[in-house]
Design a protein around this ligand. Structure first.
Ligand SMILES: [Zn+2]
Length: 120
């Protein structure tokens, strides 16, 4: 038996490696990684606090419209980011505006009157 050389091959990585892109788990380095909720995103701030509004004008449907859903319902705080103080005042303002027919009560009203102020 003189076939010794056929078995003594050192392991040589002779794979052609067909340009397999390495899984880049390299994310842009961030100074701090904060856990984001299901919806991801940053903390909303109360728009009224930012503008230092004390009394919310119920006669301004264009502004108040943002706090109604497309079905005419008042948006919850968690969606709009309004603080508790302003949310309380906002609901009063919204209800007043509804009473004056500046804003819809229901989706039906939107359909009938066609008063739909798109939210920007
Ligand atoms: Zn506020």
């Amino acid at each position: 038996m003189t076939t010794e050389e056929t078995k003594q091959q050192p392991e040589q990585p002779q794979e052609p490696a067909p340009q397999a892109a390495p899984a880049t788990t390299e994310a842009p380095a961030r100074p701090e990684r904060r856990p984001r909720g299901r919806f991801g995103g940053r903390r909303k701030v109360c728009a009224f606090c930012v503008e230092k509004v004390d009394i919310i004008d119920y006669k301004d449907p264009l502004k108040l419209r943002r706090y109604l859903s497309d079905r005419g319902k008042i948006e919850p705080r968690r969606k709009t980011g309004t603080c508790a103080k302003h949310q309380r005042r906002l609901t009063v303002a919204l209800k007043r505006a509804r009473h004056l027919a500046l804003l819809p009560y229901t989706a039906e009203h939107i359909r009938l009157t066609g008063v739909f102020i798109p939210r920007s």
